[in-house]
Design a protein around this ligand. Structure first.
Ligand code: ZN
Length: 266
């Protein structure tokens, strides 16, 4: 088959997806990490601020409704009403660039968001990534975390030391989950109710421990939307947004993935 046909199919697919405007199921949780300009080959999780700004602007223009994570979880657990085309925004790891680069953009749109931080690494660097070819990135300190909280950005735990909970001992697993909750609650002076698994490290034992610790919901990196009665509250899906979503083609991919994500799976 000639390439001509392949392109025709791709073009029809893209047009079809873009026009499927009304088909949106459940709630999409966008999943960001770092927001900075360091987008070399090894920086696959960093989104440039200009691309992040474009993503946020697109949500508004395309009629998406950005809701707080709490509202998304209430919908998933109790079936409360959602606005049309509901999206919520989350960041993992707690990079300082979230505070410096992402927050002003979120504030401009008055969008709520949630940041999951490794409580034992606050004020430090992304030590867990250094052996994997990633650049060194600064993490937010407690003052910045508290400022974000005061400005409407929720902060939740992502273990103490950013460990894959499926690879550590039972004792360590319990400590990483429970201590991260306690430390964050002590700093913020409120209960923290949601958790995110580092490296998407989750299995039945991890879920049991997260439930036992008192969390009401937990987030993975699995792609997809979340629909009431069908979603697993302790394996909530997200839509990863990364370095690949940059520039013209990357932004188009963002648009297409948002659409695909809202259709899959349920
Ligand atoms: Zn992480």
């Amino acid at each position: 088959m000639s390439r001509w046909w392949i392109w025709l199919v791709v073009v029809f697919l893209v047009i079809g997806l873009l026009f499927l405007n009304r088909a949106h199921f459940g709630v999409i949780v966008l999943h960001y990490h770092a927001i900075n300009d360091r987008t070399g080959k090894e920086e696959i999780i960093a989104v440039r601020p200009e691309d992040f700004a474009w993503h946020m602007e697109y949500l508004k223009k395309a009629g998406y409704n950005v809701i707080p994570l709490k509202q998304a979880v209430e919908y998933l657990s109790e079936g409360t009403e959602l606005p049309r085309k509901a999206v919520t925004i989350s960041f993992d790891d707690g990079y300082m660039d979230n505070y410096k680069n992402a927050f002003p953009i979120l504030k401009k749109h008055n969008y709520p968001a949630t940041v999951f931080v490794a409580t034992g690494e606050v004020g430090g660097i992304n030590r867990w990534d250094l052996g994997r070819g990633f650049a060194e990135l600064a993490l937010m300190d407690w003052d910045q975390i508290i400022t974000l909280e005061e400005k409407g950005i929720a902060v939740m735990p992502h273990t103490v030391h950013h460990v894959d909970l499926t690879t550590v001992s039972k004792v360590r697993r319990k400590e990483e989950i429970n201590l991260s909750k306690k430390v964050l609650e002590d700093h913020l002076g409120r209960e923290v109710t949601y958790f995110s698994y580092p490296d998407s490290g989750v299995n039945d034992e991890v879920v049991a421990e997260v439930k036992k610790a008192g969390f009401g919901a937990a987030f993975t990196s699995s792609f997809g939307t979340n629909v009431y009665k069908k979603a697993d509250l302790y394996r909530i899906r997200r839509m990863p947004v990364k370095e690949i979503h940059k520039g013209f083609w990357g932004r188009l991919l963002f648009v297409i993935e948002l659409k695909l994500c809202s259709l899959y799976p349920f």
